[in-house]
Write a protein that binds this ligand. Structure first.
Ligand code: ZN
Length: 124
């Protein structure tokens, strides 16, 4: 990555639960165009839901990598687990909490919670 991530958040939607096997997916928003794959690009595959952004993952190990904006083909949300080092940002809100897993309470961490998608995070 050529620039540090901008921000991070948790998504509690059902799709994120299923694709991660967890109660929520942590992901970082990045500067458009700041990520470049330097090795193993041939292993990157995408799950392309009809009603959402394609989700890239590693076909060798199954790791979740990032989502892709269909309009620009740019990488948008990079999964926090994909960073080798501390990405420097911390999740600052939780979205789609209306669909949160019954089996794991949302942590009482004081982060803003949005029942559906978070409003645009302009100045955050
Ligand atoms: Zn989600």
């Amino acid at each position: 990555m050529t620039e540090p991530p901008i921000s991070a958040s948790y998504c509690h939607c059902t799709r994120c639960q299923r694709r991660t096997g967890t109660a929520a997916s942590a992901q970082a928003r990045i500067v458009p165009g700041s990520l470049r794959v330097t090795a193993g690009e041939e292993l990157v595959r995408a799950y392309e839901p009809e009603d959402g952004f394609p989700k890239a993952f590693c076909s060798a190990c199954g790791s979740a990598l990032w989502s892709i904006r269909p309009d620009t083909s740019e990488v948008s949300g990079v999964r926090m687990s994909a960073f080798d080092q501390d990405p420097g940002v911390r999740p600052s809100y939780r979205q789609f909490v209306a669909y949160a897993a019954e089996w794991e309470p949302i942590p009482d961490d004081g982060l803003p919670r949005y029942p559906e998608g978070a409003p645009p995070q302009g100045s955050r």
